[in-house]
Design a protein around this ligand. Structure first.
Ligand code: FEO
Ligand code: CA
Ligand code: CA
Ligand code: CA
Length: 671
């Protein structure tokens, strides 16, 4: 069921990347050895600005030289105290249909699918849901969350609504014959929400301020502006938009990021599943189906039928920028960051104030990227400053990552066994794909125009020999150390006949549990086109010899499977949420130190209800926010036969919702 609704059976369709790219193991030890790079590397701390979002934490700890933070092979946990932020007793793996937290923590549901957030929106009535009601209510399947500052106790919560589970939304849903109303409810349940929330001074509890003037819904039919060098290109023109600059809606917004200039970024991920009847090779590379879609939207709007409206599908698969502080603003889709299944988009600033955006393509054997802007961020609240900052992601260079291992290929046997140097590690290069300027764009890929590179970015990555990864999900720079964490969620096809075998950066065949790569950029991250990398975590049951927790003793860590979204707390600890646990327990949220003697000591903080994935973690001082996405999404479940009744209990329809978790004694998280 997850497969059908979330990603359009991504794991069942053919692997879309059939390019003959070399893989990491083809090249033993590149020109740069990792250790020499590590010595050269220093850290650029993330720039912080007043008004930076609460989950973009800055300035809490001084910058630390990458060399010093890298490795502590001889852990002795008993002689070092647990790092601040991680002082809690881990939650045991479980299958409880609830959010189960570490002892001493309380929780509240902040907002559920269907709660009315706009003026005039009616109360939720699951038996009589309408598209008009849904357009003013909190959407379905919350994923990415951002908590942005307002005045006093108030914050602005921004949430992605990745996709809809019609069979859990509508009683008697007939997948072969959805009604127009059901389809329009689904359009309105996709997109984004902005909701003002208010904090309780004593507990960290958050409650929504319904009908606040800043509250907003963006849906699959809201007007967007295409910006950047591909905007206006023939590839983006349709019968209803001959300008190629105006598109309706955003789809499958998975994870995202916050910018230091007060906006949010949202990755359009599995957009392929909404489009029917494709036949071009470019569509095939994006996994767009040749027949009808699961949801049958093409019956109700021809733009979802590629045979009738061939370019509409080229207008999805971008990084969206949203200004939640201006409810009248038109959100943008940035073509300069390329088109693929963007999981997220996270920012680190160069030392001279330009944003660098990291973004991964969540597909088995696809790539990860960075975009380096050529424009400096300006500070201030004036209209002109705001307008300038909204163009930062329109000019700059898009790169794709190529990784080389430093151990002999023969030592990477696909079992997850560490090579003789004791680490999965190596060096990498950022290969330029296109540079966007105010005058237009230049392609760096032979045989492709800049517009083609930006609209068919996967094909550009194929041509330049980017490294095929095990499904890049979230990528997050650590504000305390500058290191960048690339989450590879899983790839059960790694090593299968005809597909890329294990390599040092993706060292397990049939990789069910995923891993996390730690990347160290050279001193000036903007100009840096080379980096060092090592695997920080190889996930699974710690009893499994093929797991690795940054060298920390495995008796002392929690089992983890399928890492997905990540976030940092203000202490510099990494928090990891999971999607699709393959160890028999529910998904959850984990915290782990990335430096110091207890680097790698992973601890589970909470688990989520039956069928749910844990999303959007925001790790604040006073509360942890998680988006409980697709609770009850189990094969065979329906409204009539629910697998979960979270959050409201028996007799009530299951509802995706955002949860706040806080210390019952009123103290800060994990101290
Ligand atoms: Fe929507 Fe890659 O998870
Ligand atoms: Ca190695
Ligand atoms: Ca995800
Ligand atoms: Ca996922």
């Amino acid at each position: 069921m997850t497969c059908r609704f979330r990603c359009g059976d991504a794991c069942f369709h053919e692997v879309p990347n059939t390019s003959a790219n070399e893989y990491v193991g083809d090249v033993i030890a590149g020109a740069l050895s990792r250790r020499s790079m590590m010595r050269a590397a220093a850290v650029v701390t993330v720039a912080t600005a007043a008004g930076t979002a609460a989950n973009v934490v800055g300035g809490a700890e001084s910058a630390e030289a990458a060399t010093g933070a890298a490795h502590h092979p001889h852990h002795s946990p008993t002689h070092h105290s647990v790092p601040r932020g991680l002082r809690f007793s881990p939650v045991a793996p479980n299958n409880t249909d609830a959010v189960v937290t570490a002892d001493g923590y309380g929780q509240n549901v902040v907002i559920r699918w269907g709660e009315p957030i706009l003026r005039g929106a009616p109360a939720f009535d699951s038996e009589n849901q309408t598209a008009a009601a849904q357009a003013g209510q909190f959407g379905y399947n919350n994923d990415f969350l951002a908590l942005l500052p307002l005045q006093g106790k108030q914050h602005l919560l921004v949430a992605n609504h990745e996709y809809t589970d019609e069979i859990l939304m509508f009683r008697g849903y007939d997948p072969a014959n959805p009604t127009r109303e059901q389809v329009e409810v689904a359009w309105a349940a996709h997109g984004l929400s902005a909701v003002v929330v208010e904090g309780d001074r004593r507990t960290g509890e958050l409650t929504p301020v319904l009908r606040h003037p800043l509250n907003r819904r963006v849906t699959a039919t809201t007007e967007f502006r295409l910006t950047g060098p591909a905007a206006g290109s023939d590839l983006l023109k349709t019968s209803t938009d001959p300008t190629g600059r105006k598109v309706l809606g955003t789809l499958n917004n998975c994870s995202g990021g916050t910018t230091p200039w007060g906006t949010t970024l949202h990755g359009e991920e599995n957009f392929n599943q909404y489009f029917a009847n494709a036949s071009r090779p470019t569509d095939k590379r994006y996994g767009i189906g040749t027949g009808a879609t699961e949801r049958k939207w093409e019956r109700f709007d021809k733009r979802f039928d590629v045979a009738q409206e061939p370019n509409e599908v080229h207008r999805f698969g971008y990084v969206v920028e949203f200004d939640p502080y201006d409810p009248s603003s038109t959100p943008r889709k940035h073509t300069a960051l390329g088109r693929f299944k963007h999981e997220a988009a996270t920012i680190r600033m160069t030392s001279d104030g330009r944003p660098v955006v990291y973004t991964g393509d969540d597909e088995r054997f696809d790539y990860f990227y960075k975009f380096v802007s050529s424009k400096r961020m300006r500070h201030g609240d004036s209209r002109a400053v705001k307008e300038h900052n909204l163009t930062l992601l329109d000019e700059g260079t898009l790169y794709v990552a190529k990784l080389t291992g430093d151990s002999p290929a023969i030592e990477i046997d696909g079992s997850g066994k560490l090579p003789s140097d004791g680490e999965f590690d190596g060096s990498g290069t950022w290969i330029p794909l296109a540079t966007a300027t105010a005058q237009g764009a230049v392609s760096h890929v032979e045989g492709m125009t800049a517009e083609e590179v930006l609209v068919f970015t996967r094909l550009a990555g194929d041509k330049v020999g980017a490294t095929k990864m095990d499904r890049p999900e979230d990528i997050e720079p650590n504000p305390a150390t500058g290191k960048v964490y690339v989450v590879l969620t899983n790839n059960s096809n790694r090593g299968k006949a005809g597909l890329a075998p294990a390599d040092e950066a993706n060292p397990r065949n049939s990789n069910k549990h995923g891993h996390i790569l730690e990347l160290t950029e050279q001193r000036n991250c903007a100009e840096s086109t080379s980096f060092a990398w090592s695997l920080f975590l190889v996930a699974g049951d710690p009893k499994d010899p093929a797991t690795y927790f940054a060298g920390f003793p495995k008796d002392d860590v929690s089992p983890i499977s399928c890492p997905d979204n990540v976030a940092f707390d203000h202490h510099g600890n990494l928090w990891i949420s999971t999607d699709g646990n393959q160890l028999g327990s529910h998904d959850g949220l984990f915290g782990v130190a990335t430096k110091g003697a207890r680097r790698g000591e992973l601890k589970q903080f909470l688990t989520v209800p039956t069928g749910a994935e844990t999303c959007g973690p925001v790790i604040g001082k006073r509360q942890v926010l998680v988006a409980v996405q697709h609770p009850g999404e189990i094969d065979g479940a329906s409204v009539e036969k629910p697998a979960s009744t979270w959050p409201d209990g028996p007799g009530k329809i299951v509802r995706p919702a955002v949860v706040a978790v806080w210390r019952t004694d009123g103290r800060d998280i994990g101290v």
